[in-house]
Write a protein that binds this ligand. Sequence first.
Ligand code: ADP
Ligand code: ZN
Length: 219
Amino acid sequence: MNTIILLGAPGAGKGTTAEGIKAKTRYVHISTGDMLREAVRNGTPLGREAKTYMERGELVPDDLILKLVEARLQEGGRDESYMFDGFPRTIEQAKLLAQLLAKFHAKVDYVFFLDAARDVLIDRLTGRRICRECGTNYHVRNIPPKREGVCDACGGELYQRPDDTEETIVNRLNVFRKETEGLITFYDEEGVLVRVDSAQHRDKITAEILEMLEELAGP
Ligand code: ADP
Ligand code: ZN
């Protein structure tokens, strides 16, 4: 069981990078943001509790997140390898993850920090559009669909995430700085941090990460 983490501010390209890695490996993608959005859509008790935090761009409490992650790891078990995206987001979550992985006799192998400047992040988030049907990401200027508001891949309707508004974006970036940025030092001290320039083309980013993953045994 190998475990890697994609770490980065909102808009750094964690989701896009995860798609690239998934296409080339057998890593199971665990995006706590996607899992939470699904819980909200399905109106589960957890989803109802998470919704208010997410709308404000604040962090959902650690215990709720850990429940989600633990259930997912139990499902896949030791034979899978995992790629976390958007988790952990606090030092506390990182410590809880280490305890959880220890139960599977595993540890975090690499943390890829997608580094990007603040103005790049804001531009990516305000321009982001997502297909309602297949989840493909677009950007109104950088990656526009052929027809405005329509997915090239499946013809589905494109929408803007409710937390991709200017006000919530500023709050999410502040939360990153305050709660999550400390993880860079935390994992650097553990010797597993790899810095990746997220201004590069997505294929270049994926290639850099894949090269490092080749050294790990497994999928
Ligand atoms: P982004 O990285 O672009 O902000 P995510 O999809 O990762 O997007 O997260 C969206 C929201 O979901 C966050 O603002 C937060 O409210 C919640 N969330 C996701 N992952 C976590 C986590 N590990 N801990 C706490 N809250 C989380
Ligand atoms: Zn689509």
